[in-house]
Write a protein of this length. Structure first.
Length: 460
């Protein structure tokens, strides 16, 4: 990290998951959470349908399904997804694979810095591209796609790195630097304030003066090369500055280019969780010849995730495993369906005995054709009916949500979470999170990332 202060979170992907059952693949589930959202359609019985994909490993390619679509090798994270299970040209859809560290990034009263490396070989907004998100709560797959996909956090920020331009073209690039090479920059941004989006794309929500200004572009890596750009974001309440290096260059102040700025952001949060996301939108469509391949099956390489600031606390969350039921269209249903006034049951694994936390939340995604009046959340037999929380009633969209429950609802080991409503509903990516666990330490080299043993002193 070149632009920020003292690092308080650092992940170099040199250690793998020790074998803890989770949705995180090779990522350590004590440090990272992972969620995936894709196709949902009650008619053919598709409940978060996720396709097998080719993953480019450090030693060739392999075909994988969740959670094995996330791999650590040679000190890097590789993850892949596939938006088109049938393989028919332009039969793909929208998918997102989202990863977050369970330690908040705090920028209250200051400008904070987040940095990471990413192999951004995107070919525009009909391809696969990376996004950065910041949310006030660790709700799964925080994401919007225009106004048709509304998995909005209560408060949040999203930055999209999908503005790609071919060699010889300008596109969003405001100058002719490296005009003979393929380049990329920020294409758009979204700010969410109390579930209302303010998206520079301009569809839906409420628009304010918040805007993205492109300042420069950086050179893209060759397709499928695994070569990375280094990215740094300087985040304050009202402005986000985005810097990046040309692909393959070691990060240094001299190599960082100021590629874009988000102005008049008016963020409604000062502390949150950072998210790294792999997004697809019918990624065949960018294909326009032998030099632009289809990215329907595509691997991104990530590395060196860090942020600065004060250490606040650590969360510890526990996964319900994906359902992984096969469909006729070659997808796996990661989610489960519940009929009106019924529930789907999820087993959340590995809850410690006598957990300590400032708060406990149940996290989940859900999809409905029609909005419900009440979401029914039951944990180990304890019911928590929750009124519809959003200011809109749009259907046919994924949502993301967190429900606070008493810590006394929890039991050691497996906890049973039942989710439903008065409408037919698909649920997926179910977790229970322990917020602000006493004794949690910053994720830095050499730190102990396991749940704290009994008798430790509080973290703050």
């Amino acid at each position: 990290m070149q632009l920020g202060g003292t690092v308080i979170f650092c992940e170099t992907f040199d250690k793998k998951n020790s074998g803890i059952p989770s949705r995180t693949g090779d990522l350590d589930p004590n440090v990272w959470g992972v969620s995936r959202a894709g196709n949902a359609n009650f008619g053919p019985g598709m409940y978060n349908g996720w396709a097998a994909t080719t993953l480019q490993t450090c030693n060739g390619t392999t075909t994988v399904t969740p959670p094995n679509d996330i791999m650590i090798c040679n000190g890097q994270l590789r993850e892949a997804s596939n938006d088109n299970p049938t393989g028919a040209y332009e039969a793909g859809g929208v998918t997102t694979l989202a990863m977050y560290p369970k330690q908040p990034f705090d920028f209250a009263g200051r400008t904070g810095t987040v940095s990471f490396d990413i192999s951004n070989d995107a070919h525009g907004t009909h391809s696969a591209w990376p996004e950065f998100w910041l949310t006030n709560l660790p709700v799964p797959t925080p994401f919007n796609h225009f106004d048709s996909w509304q998995a909005l956090p209560q408060h949040g920020l999203g930055i999209r790195f999908a503005a790609a331009v071919s060699a010889g073209g300008y596109g969003f690039c405001p100058n002719g630097n490296n005009l003979d090479k393929r380049r990329w920059t920020v294409d758009s941004a979204v700010v969410v304030r109390n579930y209302v989006m303010d998206d520079t794309v301009g569809l839906g929500g409420v628009r304010t003066k918040m805007a993205v200004k492109q300042l420069d572009c950086v050179v893209s890596p060759p397709d499928n090369s695994g070569i990375t750009n280094h990215v740094e974001l300087r985040i304050s309440q009202n402005q986000i500055d985005i810097y990046a290096t040309d692909a393959g260059l070691a990060p240094s102040p001299a190599n960082l280019k100021h590629i874009a700025v988000v102005t008049d952001a008016n963020l409604s949060l000062t502390r949150g969780l950072i998210w790294l996301q792999d997004v697809h939108y019918n990624a065949d469509k960018a294909e326009s010849g032998p030099n632009i391949p289809s990215q329907r099956q595509h691997t991104f390489v990530w590395d060196n995730v860090a942020f600065d600031g004060p250490f606040t606390y650590r969360d510890f969350s526990y996964d319900a495993l994906d359902d992984n039921q096969p469909n006729a269209d070659k997808t796996l249903d990661l989610g489960k369906v519940s009929l009106p006034n019924q529930t789907a049951s999820w087993n959340v694994l590995n809850m410690p005995a006598n957990p300590k936390a400032a708060a406990v939340r149940v996290l989940f995604n859900f999809y409905q054709y029609d909005s419900s009046k009440v979401l029914n959340v039951t944990v180990n037999g304890h019911a928590h009916p929750t009124p519809w929380p959003y200011p809109d009633t749009q259907g046919y969209t994924w949502r993301t949500f967190a429900v606070t429950i008493p810590i006394t609802d929890l039991v050691p080991g497996t906890n049973v979470v039942q989710l439903g409503s008065d409408q037919a509903m698909v649920t997926s990516n179910v977790n229970i999170v322990l917020v602000d666990v006493p004794g949690g330490v910053p994720v830095l080299p050499g730190s102990n990332n396991a749940y704290p043993a009994a008798g430790v002193s509080p973290s703050r």
